[in-house]
Design a protein. Structure first.
Lengths: 249, 526
């Protein structure tokens, strides 16, 4: 099982949109896929029309009273399952602090799922918290949607530095451009001449497109209704590049 | 994904009828009809099927998909969107889980096409207020082209696909199908079914055995052909049975044994006495050495229903019982079944039986009816059996002992085997109607007896558990509740018998059987 976390310190950059669309594409390609909605807001759960509620909440999950597996719901798409969000996830940090080895709880928690799925996607809330450190310890790679602005690139460098310092040896940082607005000259320039972490090998970029916003109205992955559009095409390319990147060390 | 549950439908029924019924009774949403083609692949030496899987390529209007299907549970192990031809070697597939597993299992072997089926299906689903799907139901018909290019419907079924996290919704549909529509789930290996029917089961190189019969052929020659087909059927089940691939192998094996035995007995005037006695004993022996294993299979196949028959809070109490059954079944299979079917006695029997069936027909046979025309002999026999059933059934009242019902059940089976084995002699529509009528009675009798036997056996196993101290807190109460349900059902079935039999013996039905079976009056009465 390959664990991919859609993560960014910043909010509203397309984490959830990428997690939903990439997980869908993974399942479409034949992989047994699970998407865990770790954000108390429950945006990913909403896209799949699943109630953002887990019996026993995060407390139950962390104490292993309730097995993680019991909370899994099938989505409407073959091979794609969802672990819905729960409002109690907003207190995740507090709860984690009370645990033994609080930094690796998540990794331990997902261990039993390894034989059941080929991919686990984590849709993370923004910020650097104890919960996100758990994500770093559990994931094989961080998929970081990055809006092409100088500020965002700085944040990305900070993230890389943080991961390096804290020592997450197995963790790969895989950033890509997100919500690229072609009308803005600065963004065009940054995408045309990527720098630093985004330089090589570039995973591609997702354009700013109204179809993506429509996912909220349709409550469905982009591929199911907007296949022909630029954004859907970009997500397919992104997924293909990503698989290639994961296959090569 | 949880395993799908199949409910076979009679092939005469219309898919649209079931679709409409389900839409009405369960508020399901129906999608447009879908036609797809499925091609099956394996290596020539069956490397996939030996590991209990099969590669299928499904193609339809929505594109294609390659799937490695787990045969027994109807799960998909790995899949890949694939619109073009299936390559000979998995290395040519896109990288991913499917390719990885295929490369591992196939080694250097190439993929070869085995069979091709067409599926026509309606996809139905139950949705909630958010328009989220909670359970899927497929109404499907499966067909294939035979060697003459004719299209043949192989099977129709309803398939309930539970979705993870929504098991209650699936349960609701399953119990509706069982209770309101009287359907019974079947635990069949769909892959084996398709491949066997297509004549290319890697474990079974015999095609579907259609025996060609004519009413004017010599009766003993015809009977031998039918028995020969049964023997081939038995042999076809052996590898799967010994390897314990699926309970269906044993089931089919036993059917062939019982048929052979029943025909030897029913058509006794066709065979020399010595032949009848000797092979009759052999078949009785085979029946006996396979019966315990089959019984255990049945209990295990029924176990989900047993659980449903017990209040939810007591259900964990049945776990030790299930474990015991599994354990026994394992043991009976490896220590008894597999051993007997590889024994010298079994091999010698097959050789003798085959030799006998191959032997040239005697010009002047000693058996009185051996050289008579098949049609007359079989009809007379079946007619007598039918009238006997009428008499036997009419004698049974509410107080009659269980043995009489059991006797009637056996008689019905004998008639059924005669009708099935010599189906070619009758006009198809009448025969089908007659079998339908007989089957209804058989179902009732079967239910009464099965429930009786199950009750006794489960009680015995429960006592065994207690002796071994493998009881948990709920076991006693759970088993008691289960036995009570079985008992109640049995009483209901027993009470239904009179009506069922009256319907069976209705004047119109009697006329049908008379038309079908009564020997022509031109023949001298016997
Ligand atoms: N490529 C895009 N083009 C246009 N709109 C987009 C695109 N990607 C995301 N959006 C929209 O931007 C908003 C935020 O996106 P999304 O929820 O995916 O970001 P997020 O990083 O998960 O946010 P949060 O930090 O709140 O979890 C949503 O309304 C979404 O529809
Ligand atoms: Mg989000």
């Amino acid at each position: 099982m390959i664990t991919l976390a859609c993560y960014n310190i910043k909010g509203g950059v397309g984490k959830t949109a990428s997690a939903v669309n990439l997980a869908y594409l993974a399942a479409l390609g034949g992989a047994r896929t699970l998407l865990w909605d770790l954000d108390a807001q429950g945006a990913a759960s909403f896209y799949f029309r699943v109630k953002a509620r887990v019996k026993g909440g995060s407390r139950g999950l962390l104490r292993r009273k309730r097995k993680l597996e019991a909370a899994i719901k099938a989505t409407d798409y073959p091979r794609l399952d969802l672990l819905p969000a729960d409002f109690s996830y907003r207190n995740l940090d507090l709860l984690l602090q009370q645990q033994r080895k609080p930094g690796t709880r998540l990794r331990k928690l997902i261990k039993p799922l390894r034989g059941d799925y080929d991919y686990l996607f984590l849709d993370c809330p923004p910020g650097i918290t104890l919960a996100s450190e758990n994500v770093f310890a559990a994931a094989d790679a961080l998929l970081v949607p990055t809006i092409p602005t100088t500020l965002a690139l700085r944040t990305l460098e900070q993230l890389a530095a943080f991961c390096g310092d804290q020592g997450y040896p197995g963790l790969r940082l895989l950033p890509f451009f997100s919500m690229v607005d072609r009308r803005k000259q600065l963004q065009r320039e940054i995408v045309a001449r990527p720098d630093g972490l985004l330089k090589k090998p570039a995973l591609g970029s997702i354009p700013y497109a109204t179809e993506v916003e429509q996912m909220g109205l349709r409550r469905a992955p982009l591929e199911t209704f907007g296949r022909a559009g630029a954004a859907a095409t970009a997500y397919r390319q992104l997924w293909a590049q990503l698989q290639r990147a994961l296959a090569s060390p | 994904m949880p395993n799908a549950i199949f409910f076979p439908l009679p092939t005469g029924e219309r898919l649209t009828g079931w679709r409409d019924r389900l839409v009405r009774s369960n508020a399901l949403v129906a999608d447009a009809v879908q036609q797809v083609r499925r091609d099956f692949y394996d290596s020539f030496d069956g490397r996939l099927s030996r590991t209990g899987t099969m590669l299928e390529h499904e193609r339809g209007a929505h594109g294609g998909e390659l799937r490695l299907r787990v045969c027994d549970g109807q799960r998909v192990r790995a899949a890949l969107a694939w619109d073009t031809e299936v390559p000979r070697f998995p290395a040519a597939l896109a990288p991913g889980e499917l390719r990885r597993v295929l490369e591992k299992r196939l080694g250097p072997r190439a993929l070869l096409p085995l069979a091709s089926v067409r599926l026509r299906r309606f996809n139905l689903r139950a949705v909630d207020a958010e328009d989220k799907t909670r359970v899927r139901v497929r109404v499907e018909s499966l067909g294939l082209r035979d060697s003459q290019g004719r299209f043949r419907v192989l099977r129709k079924h309803l398939c309930v696909q539970p979705l993870r996290g929504y098991s209650k919704d699936a349960q609701r549909i399953v119990s509706c199908l069982e209770q309101d529509h009287g359907l019974r789930p079947l635990c069949a290996d769909l892959c084996a079914l398709i491949l066997t029917a297509a004549g290319s089961h890697p474990l079974d190189n015999s095609a579907v055995r259609a025996v060609s019969l004519r009413a004017d052929m010599r009766a003993d020659a015809a009977a031998r052909r039918v028995l020969q087909a049964q023997l081939a059927d038995m042999q076809a089940q052996e590898p799967g049975l010994i390897a314990d691939l699926d309970s269906e192998f044993l089931h089919d094996f036993r059917i062939a044994v019982r048929r052979s035995r029943s025909l030897l007995g029913e058509l006794k005037r066709l065979f020399p006495r010595s032949v009848q006695q000797r092979f009759g004993d052999d078949f009785a022996w085979l029946s006996a050495v396979t019966s315990e294993a089959r019984d255990l299979d049945v209990y295990l196949l029924n176990f989900a229903a047993y659980r449903r028959a017990v209040p939810a809070r007591l259900r964990p109490g049945l776990d030790p019982l299930q474990a015991l059954l599994r354990d026994k079944r394992q043991r009976v299979h490896s220590e008894q079944l597999a051993v007997q079917l590889q024994s010298r006695r079994y091999r010698a029997f097959k050789q003798r039986w085959q030799d006998y069936l191959d032997r040239p027909l005697a010009r002047r046979p000693t058996a009185p009816e051996a050289a008579k025309p098949l049609g007359a002999v079989v009809r007379r026999r079946s007619w007598r059996r039918y009238r006997r059933i009428l008499r036997q059934g009419a004698r049974i009242g509410p107080e009659s002992p269980a043995e009489e019902l059991h006797g009637l059940r056996k008689a019905c089976k004998k008639l059924r085997y005669l009708l099935d084995s010599f189906a070619a002699l009758y006009p198809p529509a009448d025969l089908e109607a007659a079998i339908r009528i007989l089957k209804k009675l058989q179902n009732n009798l079967g239910e009464i007896q099965d429930l009786e036997v199950q009750g006794v056996a489960l009680n015995r196993f429960a006592m065994e558990l207690r002796r071994r101290g493998e009881y948990n807190a709920n076991t006693g109460a759970a088993v008691a509740a289960l036995l009570e349900t079985l008992q109640r059902r049995k009483t209901q079935a027993r009470e239904a018998f009179e009506t069922r039999f009256r319907r069976f013996a209705r004047a119109g039905n009697q006329r049908l059987f008379r038309r079908l079976l009564k020997p022509e009056s031109a023949e001298p009465p016997r």
